[in-house]
Design a protein around this ligand. Structure first.
Ligand SMILES: C[S@@+](CC[C@H](N)C(=O)[O-])C[C@H]1O[C@@H](n2cnc3c(N)ncnc32)[C@H](O)[C@@H]1O
Length: 274
């Protein structure tokens, strides 16, 4: 049975983690964060919150295992296929048609499906050479998975379906090699324009400027105040006219500053820096 965690317990845990390890979960959206902590207790085969708490505070290595367990992300290739079609026709083929170089940041890239999807799209448009990208995630295991680009049969069925919805003329077999009968390895040249790095969105300084920032299905875990802080950071990090792309489940309605961002394509959740 899942361990129930009260909001007071969650608050106290987040504050203790922040003080002991300097990792700040205090502004994550409480209900979904509580569910994740409860799942982590189960995953580490512990009986209660106290055991988890003691282990986190006494063992820094375990702290990172906990971060990995808590942040593990649901993702897939060409998640929301309609979005990828819009991205191709309205942005890559139109806004950046004449650009000589385009810089991209995939913030919260999880196990890499979003990054490989964009690689396929860029090759599809024959423009990969002028793109440079950084892909970051808090979860170390996810970044390792990105670098390997290896996915199993179960996720591949869903991936193949969505690739076809993005572009029915694409053959999925052109993008992977099969190792054994279950292990699909996406072709490394799809992400040759990308550097993968572990990074914390909420605490790390941003040192570059970007033309496109993907932050899809990440802010879902953050409360309004953290969303506002991040939006300011993204605004500073975008070049004039740059694009911020969020996920279908993300909601910025209450927090977006309309003096800083305009809605570029509301259906696809694409915003543009003013
Ligand atoms: C649901 S996945 C989204 C993956 C991908 N962007 C997509 O939409 O398919 C959310 C990711 O956000 C990452 N994440 C959560 N908090 C983060 C933070 N503070 N810094 C960086 N990444 C974070 C998680 O580790 C997870 O991999």
């Amino acid at each position: 049975m899942a361990v129930e965690i009260s909001l007071e317990e969650l608050d106290a845990l987040c504050n203790a983690i922040k003080q002991r390890h300097g990792i700040d979960f205090t502004q994550y959206e409480s209900a979904s964060f509580a569910r994740r902590v409860s799942r982590a207790i189960d995953y580490f085969k512990m009986d209660n919150l106290m055991s988890l708490w003691q282990k986190i505070l006494s063992d820094r290595n375990f702290m990172f295992d906990f971060v990995d367990a808590i942040t593990v992300g649901m993702t897939s290739l060409f998640r929301d296929p309609q979005f990828w079609r819009t991205l191709k026709t309205k942005i890559v083929m139109t806004e950046f048609k004449n650009a000589t170089s385009v810089k991209v940041w995939h913030a919260g890239c999880s196990t890499g499906e979003e990054v490989y999807s964009f690689g396929i799209l860029l090759q599809d448009c024959r423009v990969q050479e002028k793109y440079r990208a950084l892909a970051t995630d808090l979860n170390r295991n996810s970044i390792e998975a990105c670098k390997k680009g290896s996915y199993d049969t179960l996720t591949m069925a869903q991936n193949e379906k969505q690739l076809k919805e993005y572009n029915p003329f694409k053959q999925f077999k052109d993008f992977y090699t099969l190792s054994g009968d279950r292990n699909y390895i996406l072709k490394p040249d799809l992400v040759k324009h990308v550097e993968f790095k572990v990074g914390n969105l909420t605490t790390d300084p941003i040192t570059s400027k970007y033309d496109i920032i993907f932050c899809r299905n990440v802010m879902i875990y953050f409360d309004d105040s953290l969303k506002r802080t991040l939006l300011d950071k993204f605004h500073d990090a975008l070049n004039p006219g740059g694009f911020l792309i969020i996920g279908f489940f993300d909601s910025l309605v209450n927090v977006i500053d309309k003096n800083k961002f305009e809605f570029y394509d509301l259906g696809s959740k694409i915003f543009r820096k003013k």
